[in-house]
Design a protein around this ligand. Structure first.
Ligand code: ZN
Length: 442
């Protein structure tokens, strides 16, 4: 697909997340994603085009090539969400269930899976790192990666990206089809050519021309009216599984888009344009392909975002739980200090008294020795030791008293802190409860 088609698909996916009826469980998160996105939408053109303009990994990561396998017995095809048009068309295809083989070196599904995970990881790093940390990813950077991901998702919906046939001139039919779409995008919306971006309408989406093509109008209507199904499809559990299913049905669609009535090497652009598949069905198939591309981008983006938000809520709860635990610990320590004070004070007073008696005895011993003219050095040493012990015991008593006073005066505020921490935990738990259902898994 071409530059403006990629950017347009990404913006239509944003619009779908905003305009479609999102399941209740994901509604708040969808709103939050859109308000986050709107700050970074200007990167959409460069972001969604980065894989072609900079990474240039077209020969491995923008494709996954299937071909019918006459030696095999049965082909396994994934069960996809019922609203996916590629799936509906695929189920009615003559080639559905027939064996196929995959060319090995292509990895578009892995690319999509890896990008999805790295988006979630980046948000986690952004959350955990302090402001100004040199390793923190910026929101701009993460938004760019959302748009880059949309490119790979969209490419997998272009049927020829999933078809191992090599045509007359490898890129002629392929390029022709993609040009039809890009021309329609460019003629249906107002484009700011100087700044290489769309002009936006008041809601921040590509500004429509008075005249739009049927295909563009269809996708715009479809993104609002199509039911938003959260699930990946039966047996699909993640981006990879889902994209693998998309590639299978995209392969089946390829044989409708460019049928196998000719030897592939003979299918030139002119031959293709003269075919019934083009003349009678191009618009129909284009609706399926572009409508589903928007659907899949929106689905994968929202799944990634919801997974991050679930993690964020759990992390917040863990933080508040730790705060509550600390507040409990602080209150317990202060209460113990207050409760134990009478006993410890009595005990320490006893020690002080004993030390004082010892000092007095040692003083007498020393005085006696001096009065008798004897060497009193040892007595002086013993007296000094007793005095040090007394000072230590008195100091400990003073500290006990200080600790007691401090604990006593802090009891009320520690109780208030604990109560506040408990309220925070309860509030968070109640908030999270509404997200804790089984359809939250990615
Ligand atoms: Zn590409």
């Amino acid at each position: 697909m071409k530059k403006y088609t990629h950017a347009w698909l990404a913006l239509m996916a944003m619009k779908r997340i905003e305009k479609a009826k999102i399941p209740v469980r994901q509604q708040d998160d969808a709103k939050a994603l859109i308000s986050w996105f709107k700050n970074y939408r200007d990167f959409v053109l460069s972001g969604a085009w980065y894989p072609d303009s900079v990474f240039k990994d077209m020969s491995t990561s923008h494709i996954v090539k299937y071909k019918p396998d006459t030696s095999g017995t049965a082909g396994s095809f994934r069960v996809m969400p019922p609203t996916l048009q590629l799936y509906k068309y695929g189920l009615n295809s003559d080639m559905y269930g027939k064996p196929y083989t995959l060319e090995k070196r292509h990895n578009i599904c892995d690319r999509c899976e890896a990008f999805t995970e790295s988006l979630i990881d980046s948000f986690k790093i952004l959350t955990m790192e302090n402001d100004g940390s040199p390793i923190v990813p910026s929101n701009n950077h993460i938004a760019m990666r959302f748009f880059i991901l949309s490119h790979y998702i969209a490419d997998c919906h272009m049927p020829l990206h999933c078809d191992a046939r090599s045509f007359y001139n490898k890129n002629e039919v392929h390029g022709f089809i993609e040009e039809q779409w890009d021309d329609q995008v460019r003629s249906s919306y107002l484009i700011d050519e100087d700044n290489e971006r769309f002009f936006y309408d008041p809601e921040g989406y590509p500004l429509k021309q008075a005249e739009m093509t049927d295909l563009m109008k269809y996708v715009e209507e479809e993104l609002v009216s199509r039911e938003f199904v959260w699930s990946w499809g039966t047996g699909c559990n993640n981006t990879w599984d889902y994209m693998s299913g998309i590639s299978q049905y995209s392969y089946l669609m390829s044989y409708r888009l460019v049928p196998a009535d000719h030897v592939p090497d003979e299918i030139s652009k002119n031959l293709y344009m003269a075919s019934d598949a083009y003349k009678d069905h191009f618009l129909e198939y284009s609706k399926v392909i572009l409508g589903d591309a928007v659907e899949s981008i929106a689905k994968i983006w929202l799944h990634a975002w919801v997974r991050y938000r679930d993690w964020f809520r759990d992390t917040e709860l863990a933080f508040y739980n730790a705060q509550q635990k600390q507040a409990e610990k602080n209150l317990k320590a202060a209460t113990q200090t207050v409760d134990n004070y009478p006993f410890e004070k009595e005990n320490q007073c006893g020690k002080v008294k004993k030390a004082r008696d010892t000092v007095s005895t040692k003083q007498d011993d020393y005085d006696l020795a001096v009065s008798k003219g004897k060497n009193a050095d040892k007595k002086a040493e013993a007296l000094q030791k007793a005095r040090t012990k007394l000072a230590e015991a008195e100091e400990k008593l003073a500290k006990l008293e200080m600790d007691y006073k401090e604990a006593q005066s802090s009891l009320e505020s520690l109780k208030a802190l604990l109560l506040a921490a408990q309220i925070q935990v309860k509030r968070k738990e109640a908030e999270i409860k509404k997200y804790a259902d089984s359809n939250s898994g990615i």
